[in-house]
Write a protein that binds this ligand. Structure first.
Ligand code: UTP
Length: 291
Protein backbone atom coordinates (compact mmCIF):
# COMPACT_ATOMS: atom_id res chain seq x y z
CA UNK A 1 0.00 0.00 0.00
CA UNK A 2 1.12 3.59 -0.74
CA UNK A 3 3.13 5.25 2.01
CA UNK A 4 1.85 8.70 2.97
CA UNK A 5 4.72 11.15 2.33
CA UNK A 6 2.96 14.47 1.78
CA UNK A 7 0.88 16.75 3.97
CA UNK A 8 -1.20 19.85 3.34
CA UNK A 9 -1.78 22.42 6.09
CA UNK A 10 -4.59 24.85 5.22
CA UNK A 11 -3.90 28.13 7.01
CA UNK A 12 -5.57 30.75 4.82
CA UNK A 13 -8.78 31.33 6.82
CA UNK A 14 -9.76 34.72 8.22
CA UNK A 15 -9.90 33.63 11.86
CA UNK A 16 -12.92 35.77 12.69
CA UNK A 17 -13.55 33.99 16.00
CA UNK A 18 -10.30 35.15 17.60
CA UNK A 19 -10.38 38.80 16.59
CA UNK A 20 -8.75 41.18 17.33
CA UNK A 21 -5.73 38.88 17.93
CA UNK A 22 -6.01 37.59 14.35
CA UNK A 23 -6.46 40.99 12.69
CA UNK A 24 -2.82 41.54 11.71
CA UNK A 25 -1.39 38.19 12.88
CA UNK A 26 -2.56 34.83 11.54
CA UNK A 27 -4.38 32.75 14.19
CA UNK A 28 -2.08 29.89 13.15
CA UNK A 29 0.79 31.97 14.62
CA UNK A 30 -0.81 32.44 18.05
CA UNK A 31 1.83 31.37 20.60
CA UNK A 32 1.38 28.32 22.80
CA UNK A 33 4.03 29.02 25.46
CA UNK A 34 7.09 29.55 23.21
CA UNK A 35 6.05 28.18 19.81
CA UNK A 36 3.35 29.30 17.39
CA UNK A 37 0.46 26.88 16.88
CA UNK A 38 1.52 25.99 13.34
CA UNK A 39 4.94 24.82 14.55
CA UNK A 40 3.26 22.17 16.74
CA UNK A 41 1.36 21.07 13.62
CA UNK A 42 4.44 20.93 11.36
CA UNK A 43 6.28 18.97 14.10
CA UNK A 44 3.37 16.51 14.29
CA UNK A 45 3.61 15.95 10.52
CA UNK A 46 7.39 15.50 10.64
CA UNK A 47 7.13 13.10 13.60
CA UNK A 48 4.60 11.12 11.55
CA UNK A 49 7.11 10.48 8.75
CA UNK A 50 5.87 13.20 6.38
CA UNK A 51 8.62 14.51 4.08
CA UNK A 52 6.95 17.26 2.01
CA UNK A 53 4.56 19.85 3.42
CA UNK A 54 2.47 22.45 1.60
CA UNK A 55 1.08 25.30 3.70
CA UNK A 56 -1.87 27.13 2.15
CA UNK A 57 -1.62 30.81 3.08
CA UNK A 58 -3.30 34.03 2.04
CA UNK A 59 -2.81 37.81 2.21
CA UNK A 60 -1.18 38.98 5.44
CA UNK A 61 0.11 35.52 6.40
CA UNK A 62 3.72 36.01 5.22
CA UNK A 63 5.11 35.68 8.75
CA UNK A 64 4.30 31.96 8.61
CA UNK A 65 6.93 31.68 5.84
CA UNK A 66 9.40 33.82 7.81
CA UNK A 67 8.98 31.57 10.84
CA UNK A 68 10.21 28.48 8.96
CA UNK A 69 12.99 30.35 7.10
CA UNK A 70 16.65 30.93 8.03
CA UNK A 71 17.39 34.27 9.74
CA UNK A 72 21.14 34.98 9.28
CA UNK A 73 21.33 38.17 11.39
CA UNK A 74 19.62 36.59 14.37
CA UNK A 75 21.67 33.40 14.01
CA UNK A 76 24.96 35.36 13.94
CA UNK A 77 23.90 37.36 17.00
CA UNK A 78 23.01 34.19 18.95
CA UNK A 79 26.34 32.55 18.07
CA UNK A 80 28.32 35.67 19.02
CA UNK A 81 26.48 35.78 22.37
CA UNK A 82 27.28 32.10 23.02
CA UNK A 83 23.60 31.14 22.95
CA UNK A 84 24.26 27.82 21.22
CA UNK A 85 21.01 26.12 22.29
CA UNK A 86 18.86 28.94 20.94
CA UNK A 87 20.92 28.97 17.72
CA UNK A 88 20.51 25.20 17.25
CA UNK A 89 16.76 25.47 17.79
CA UNK A 90 16.36 28.32 15.30
CA UNK A 91 18.39 26.50 12.62
CA UNK A 92 16.59 23.17 13.27
CA UNK A 93 13.30 24.94 12.68
CA UNK A 94 14.33 25.96 9.17
CA UNK A 95 15.41 22.44 8.20
CA UNK A 96 12.65 20.43 9.84
CA UNK A 97 10.88 19.54 6.60
CA UNK A 98 10.68 20.45 2.96
CA UNK A 99 8.01 23.16 3.24
CA UNK A 100 6.45 24.99 0.31
CA UNK A 101 3.66 27.55 0.20
CA UNK A 102 0.80 28.52 -2.05
CA UNK A 103 -1.71 31.33 -1.70
CA UNK A 104 -5.44 30.83 -1.70
CA UNK A 105 -6.37 34.02 -3.50
CA UNK A 106 -10.05 33.98 -2.50
CA UNK A 107 -11.09 32.54 0.85
CA UNK A 108 -13.83 30.20 -0.36
CA UNK A 109 -13.69 27.46 2.24
CA UNK A 110 -11.58 24.52 3.38
CA UNK A 111 -12.47 22.40 0.33
CA UNK A 112 -11.37 25.23 -1.96
CA UNK A 113 -8.12 25.57 0.02
CA UNK A 114 -7.40 21.85 -0.43
CA UNK A 115 -8.02 22.18 -4.19
CA UNK A 116 -5.08 24.64 -4.28
CA UNK A 117 -2.86 21.66 -3.34
CA UNK A 118 -3.76 19.57 -6.42
CA UNK A 119 -0.47 20.04 -8.31
CA UNK A 120 1.62 19.54 -5.15
CA UNK A 121 -0.13 16.29 -4.24
CA UNK A 122 -0.19 14.69 -7.70
CA UNK A 123 -1.25 11.06 -7.70
CA UNK A 124 -0.47 10.17 -4.07
CA UNK A 125 -2.41 9.92 -0.82
CA UNK A 126 -1.83 12.90 1.49
CA UNK A 127 -2.49 14.00 5.03
CA UNK A 128 -4.44 17.15 5.89
CA UNK A 129 -3.67 18.87 9.19
CA UNK A 130 -5.98 21.85 9.79
CA UNK A 131 -3.75 24.84 10.56
CA UNK A 132 -5.69 25.92 13.63
CA UNK A 133 -6.14 22.50 15.27
CA UNK A 134 -3.31 21.63 17.64
CA UNK A 135 -3.38 18.08 18.98
CA UNK A 136 -1.24 17.11 21.94
CA UNK A 137 -0.69 13.36 22.14
CA UNK A 138 1.98 10.77 22.87
CA UNK A 139 1.79 9.18 19.40
CA UNK A 140 1.30 11.86 16.70
CA UNK A 141 -2.30 11.72 15.49
CA UNK A 142 -1.24 12.13 11.86
CA UNK A 143 0.79 8.89 12.26
CA UNK A 144 -2.21 7.12 13.84
CA UNK A 145 -4.20 7.96 10.67
CA UNK A 146 -1.39 7.24 8.17
CA UNK A 147 -1.02 3.73 9.61
CA UNK A 148 -4.69 3.04 8.92
CA UNK A 149 -4.43 4.42 5.36
CA UNK A 150 -1.29 2.40 4.70
CA UNK A 151 -3.04 -0.78 5.95
CA UNK A 152 -6.49 -0.44 4.34
CA UNK A 153 -5.91 1.95 1.38
CA UNK A 154 -9.02 4.04 2.12
CA UNK A 155 -9.54 7.65 3.15
CA UNK A 156 -9.27 8.10 6.93
CA UNK A 157 -10.59 10.84 9.22
CA UNK A 158 -9.62 11.54 12.82
CA UNK A 159 -12.78 11.60 14.94
CA UNK A 160 -13.83 12.07 18.56
CA UNK A 161 -17.19 12.36 20.33
CA UNK A 162 -18.18 15.96 21.05
CA UNK A 163 -21.15 17.67 22.70
CA UNK A 164 -24.51 18.23 20.96
CA UNK A 165 -23.65 21.94 20.70
CA UNK A 166 -20.27 21.30 19.06
CA UNK A 167 -21.47 18.63 16.64
CA UNK A 168 -23.81 21.25 15.16
CA UNK A 169 -20.86 23.60 14.63
CA UNK A 170 -18.59 20.89 13.16
CA UNK A 171 -19.97 17.82 11.40
CA UNK A 172 -21.58 14.50 12.23
CA UNK A 173 -20.52 10.99 11.17
CA UNK A 174 -22.74 8.00 10.29
CA UNK A 175 -20.59 5.11 11.42
CA UNK A 176 -20.29 1.51 12.57
CA UNK A 177 -17.52 0.14 14.79
CA UNK A 178 -15.14 -2.33 13.14
CA UNK A 179 -13.39 -5.20 14.88
CA UNK A 180 -10.19 -3.26 15.45
CA UNK A 181 -10.48 -1.07 18.53
CA UNK A 182 -11.18 2.64 17.86
CA UNK A 183 -11.69 2.03 14.12
CA UNK A 184 -15.04 2.78 12.41
CA UNK A 185 -16.52 2.43 8.93
CA UNK A 186 -18.09 5.75 7.88
CA UNK A 187 -20.88 5.57 5.29
CA UNK A 188 -22.15 9.17 5.44
CA UNK A 189 -21.46 12.52 7.08
CA UNK A 190 -22.94 16.00 7.22
CA UNK A 191 -21.38 19.43 7.75
CA UNK A 192 -22.97 21.71 10.40
CA UNK A 193 -26.09 19.50 10.87
CA UNK A 194 -29.41 20.75 12.22
CA UNK A 195 -30.47 18.80 15.37
CA UNK A 196 -32.71 16.44 13.34
CA UNK A 197 -29.87 15.70 10.87
CA UNK A 198 -27.32 14.50 13.45
CA UNK A 199 -26.12 10.91 12.77
CA UNK A 200 -23.88 10.64 15.85
CA UNK A 201 -21.81 12.86 18.12
CA UNK A 202 -18.61 11.77 16.36
CA UNK A 203 -17.09 14.72 14.47
CA UNK A 204 -13.91 15.17 12.43
CA UNK A 205 -11.34 17.05 14.51
CA UNK A 206 -8.65 18.51 12.31
CA UNK A 207 -6.91 15.54 10.71
CA UNK A 208 -7.51 13.30 7.70
CA UNK A 209 -5.63 11.25 5.12
CA UNK A 210 -7.14 11.35 1.67
CA UNK A 211 -6.70 9.58 -1.66
CA UNK A 212 -5.87 11.81 -4.68
CA UNK A 213 -9.37 11.09 -6.02
CA UNK A 214 -10.63 13.76 -3.61
CA UNK A 215 -9.57 16.46 -6.13
CA UNK A 216 -11.89 15.14 -8.82
CA UNK A 217 -14.70 15.09 -6.25
CA UNK A 218 -13.88 18.59 -4.97
CA UNK A 219 -13.94 19.98 -8.51
CA UNK A 220 -17.54 18.84 -8.73
CA UNK A 221 -18.61 19.90 -5.24
CA UNK A 222 -20.80 23.03 -5.15
CA UNK A 223 -20.62 25.57 -2.33
CA UNK A 224 -22.35 24.24 0.78
CA UNK A 225 -22.72 25.50 4.36
CA UNK A 226 -21.78 29.21 4.76
CA UNK A 227 -21.64 29.36 0.94
CA UNK A 228 -18.13 27.82 1.07
CA UNK A 229 -16.74 24.76 -0.70
CA UNK A 230 -16.71 22.29 2.17
CA UNK A 231 -14.16 19.49 2.42
CA UNK A 232 -16.75 17.53 4.42
CA UNK A 233 -19.13 17.56 1.42
CA UNK A 234 -16.42 16.03 -0.80
CA UNK A 235 -15.49 13.46 1.85
CA UNK A 236 -19.21 12.64 2.11
CA UNK A 237 -19.21 11.64 -1.57
CA UNK A 238 -16.21 9.36 -0.91
CA UNK A 239 -17.95 7.90 2.17
CA UNK A 240 -21.10 7.15 0.17
CA UNK A 241 -19.27 5.63 -2.80
CA UNK A 242 -16.17 3.80 -1.59
CA UNK A 243 -16.37 4.26 2.19
CA UNK A 244 -14.12 6.11 4.56
CA UNK A 245 -12.59 4.94 7.83
CA UNK A 246 -12.70 6.83 11.11
CA UNK A 247 -10.08 6.62 13.85
CA UNK A 248 -11.21 7.64 17.34
CA UNK A 249 -7.75 9.05 17.93
CA UNK A 250 -5.76 9.26 21.10
CA UNK A 251 -4.94 12.89 21.91
CA UNK A 252 -6.28 16.23 23.13
CA UNK A 253 -7.31 18.56 20.34
CA UNK A 254 -7.37 22.32 20.79
CA UNK A 255 -9.11 24.74 18.42
CA UNK A 256 -6.85 27.76 18.05
CA UNK A 257 -9.66 29.53 16.20
CA UNK A 258 -11.60 29.67 19.47
CA UNK A 259 -10.70 31.74 22.55
CA UNK A 260 -11.29 28.94 25.07
CA UNK A 261 -9.34 26.50 22.87
CA UNK A 262 -6.35 28.86 22.88
CA UNK A 263 -6.34 29.02 26.70
CA UNK A 264 -6.73 25.24 27.08
CA UNK A 265 -3.82 24.59 24.69
CA UNK A 266 -1.60 26.95 26.66
CA UNK A 267 -2.46 25.19 29.94
CA UNK A 268 -1.63 21.66 28.68
CA UNK A 269 1.50 22.72 26.78
CA UNK A 270 2.62 24.80 29.79
CA UNK A 271 2.23 21.83 32.15
CA UNK A 272 4.21 19.57 29.78
CA UNK A 273 6.93 22.15 29.09
CA UNK A 274 10.42 20.90 30.13
CA UNK A 275 11.60 24.33 31.29
CA UNK A 276 8.58 25.84 33.05
CA UNK A 277 6.27 22.82 33.60
CA UNK A 278 7.04 22.26 37.30
CA UNK A 279 6.83 25.92 38.28
CA UNK A 280 3.66 26.40 36.22
CA UNK A 281 2.01 23.39 37.92
CA UNK A 282 2.72 24.90 41.35
CA UNK A 283 1.36 28.27 40.23
CA UNK A 284 -1.76 26.68 38.78
CA UNK A 285 -2.48 24.69 41.96
CA UNK A 286 -2.15 27.82 44.13
CA UNK A 287 -4.29 29.80 41.73
CA UNK A 288 -6.97 27.07 41.50
CA UNK A 289 -7.19 26.97 45.30
CA UNK A 290 -8.36 30.58 45.21
CA UNK A 291 -11.22 29.88 42.75
P1 UTP B 1 -11.92 27.32 9.94
O1 UTP B 1 -13.28 27.34 9.35
O2 UTP B 1 -11.78 26.91 11.36
O3 UTP B 1 -11.18 28.71 9.78
O4 UTP B 1 -11.01 26.43 9.00
P2 UTP B 1 -11.70 30.18 9.47
O5 UTP B 1 -12.34 30.25 8.14
O6 UTP B 1 -10.51 31.04 9.71
O7 UTP B 1 -12.80 30.33 10.61
P3 UTP B 1 -13.43 31.55 11.41
O8 UTP B 1 -13.39 32.78 10.54
O9 UTP B 1 -12.63 31.73 12.68
O10 UTP B 1 -14.81 31.05 11.72
C1 UTP B 1 -10.09 25.41 9.42
C2 UTP B 1 -8.71 25.63 8.80
O11 UTP B 1 -8.83 25.80 7.39
C3 UTP B 1 -8.23 27.01 6.97
C4 UTP B 1 -8.18 27.90 8.20
O12 UTP B 1 -7.06 28.79 8.14
C5 UTP B 1 -8.04 26.90 9.34
O13 UTP B 1 -6.69 26.62 9.63
N1 UTP B 1 -9.03 27.60 5.86
C6 UTP B 1 -10.36 27.84 6.02
C7 UTP B 1 -8.41 27.89 4.67
O14 UTP B 1 -7.18 27.65 4.50
N2 UTP B 1 -9.13 28.45 3.66
C8 UTP B 1 -10.46 28.72 3.79
O15 UTP B 1 -11.07 29.23 2.81
C9 UTP B 1 -11.08 28.40 5.00
Amino acid sequence: MNKVRKAVIPAAGLGTRVLPASKAMPKEMLPIVDKPAIQYIVEEAVNSGIEDILIITSRGKGIIEDHFDRMPELEARLLAAGKQDAYDEIVRLAHMANISYIRQVEIRGLGHAILCAKAFVGDEPFAVLYGDDVIISDQPVCRQLCEVYETYGKGVVGIQEVSEELVQKYCSMKLKPLEKERLYAISDMIEKPKPEEIFSHFAILGRCVLPPKIFQVLENTPAGAANEIQLTDAMRTLAQTEGILGVDFDGHRYDMGNKLGVMQAIIEAGLRHPEIGTAFREYLKDFAAML
